[in-house]
Design a protein around this ligand. Structure first.
Ligand code: GTQ
Length: 369
């Protein structure tokens, strides 16, 4: 890929050079100038493309999985969402994985742990639980729960519950790209409950009043609070909406935080919930970082790199790094809420976070489709 620009590689092929490249190849070597412009792009050039997965289309296929495989055999019974350009990585976008897991009442999946960090956002059902390092957490629709790096975790649905569906988010492609992934199955396949049910939420959900005796001993690189329930999340959004204008690009965007540090919930992945007011249309911007969205509430659309993606509750879509994007709430009476998880802790931790407003056309993209 030649570029006619000072400082960029611009070498014409000649028979001598082509012969030279062949000789280098035999020694597992190559001439940098043949690839330099491709491997050092002027700005991020993700292979991932924006994708929207409609829940109405996916749900019937997700619903077939329980007739076809048992969680005992599958390990995890999940339909994963795969970016068409990243199939070899099993990534939804960038180096993030996501999937939809389904479980019937009375079913449970075995306990395991891995270097990958994981999270869930509950979509349907009742009686779901997850056990993380001996703490059982009960889960309902739109609750958000962490299963951080290195923690033993298992999922199930109580006998008297209803079929449950949730979204899993993991940094598996990141761990594999870094060649840092490990995996272990629990020796008993299941954990004993060693602390009271929902105890980390009980301990840390006070916001501005926090247990000193626990905080000072917490040395792990992730949030000690593992469950973030929907009702208080939504209440906080409504409270913020009354008091603040919010961001012109993101509306009322609130981050789920580690209550000890105020930072992201896990070292590699952050998460947020954003509220778009009735009729709100945000301005376009772009930034580094890969984002997986689930529509928690409402209906609207996002314009990503000039393409419009219409969404409603439980649809999942992705925004690749540096893609120009804006959001719109199509309802004039109800708010819309978007759940997101992302790799921002990695971007920020490596000093790679860059953000830029889109300034043409009054801050809105021209929609191509
Ligand atoms: O529950 O830990 O969707 O390890 C994929 C891999 C869920 C999990 C997934 C996993 C998990």
């Amino acid at each position: 890929m030649r570029e006619d620009s000072p400082g960029r590689a611009n070498v014409a092929d000649t028979p001598e050079l082509e012969a030279y490249y062949k000789e280098l190849e035999k020694l597992e070597a190559g001439a940098l100038w043949t690839v330099a412009n491709a491997i050092e792009p002027w700005y991020p050039q993700p292979e991932s493309v924006p994708v929207l997965w409609k829940y109405d289309e996916l749900r019937p296929l997700v619903g077939k999985a329980p007739d076809l495989v048992r969680p005992e055999d599958a390990g995890r019974r999940v339909v994963m969402l795969v970016n068409p350009n990243r199939k070899h990585l099993s990534a939804a976008v960038g180096l993030l994985y996501t999937g939809i897991q389904i479980m019937n009442p009375g079913e449970r999946a075995s306990a395991h742990k891995h270097a990958a960090s994981a999270l869930r956002f509950i979509m349907e059902g009742s009686g779901a639980y997850t056990i993380v390092d001996g703490e059982k957490m009960t889960l309902g629709a739109r609750d958000f729960v962490l299963t951080p790096v290195g923690t033993w975790h298992e999922h199930g649905v109580d006998e008297d519950g209803a079929q449950c569906v949730w979204q899993d988010g993991l940094d598996i492609p990141l761990m594999n790209t870094l060649d840092a992934n490990f995996y272990a199955v629990h020796e008993n396949l299941h954990q004993d409950q060693t602390v009271p049910i929902n105890s980390s939420y009980a301990a840390y959900s006070g916001g501005w009043i926090q247990p000193a005796f626990l905080r000072q001993n917490w040395k792990k690189p992730y949030s000690p609070m593992l469950k973030y329930p929907w009702e208080p999340t939504y209440e906080a959004l409504l409270k913020a909406e009354k008091l603040h204008e919010g961001s012109p690009y993101d509306g009322i965007l609130m981050e789920y935080v580690n209550p000890v540090t105020g930072g992201p919930v896990m070292p590699t992945m952050g998460a947020s919930m954003q509220l778009l007011r009735p009729g709100q249309r945000t301005k376009a911007h772009r930034h580094t970082g890969s984002f997986v969205y689930q529509v928690a509430k409402g209906q609207g659309y996002s314009v990503i790199n000039g393409k419009r993606f219409d969404w409603k509750e439980k649809d999942i879509f992705v925004i690749p790094s540096w893609a120009i994007h804006e959001h719109a709430n199509l309802s004039e009476s109800d708010d819309a809420c978007l759940f997101t998880f992302n790799d921002l802790p990695v971007m920020r931790g490596l000093s790679l976070y860059v953000e830029e407003a889109y300034t043409e056309n009054d801050g809105h993209q021209v929609i191509e489709n």
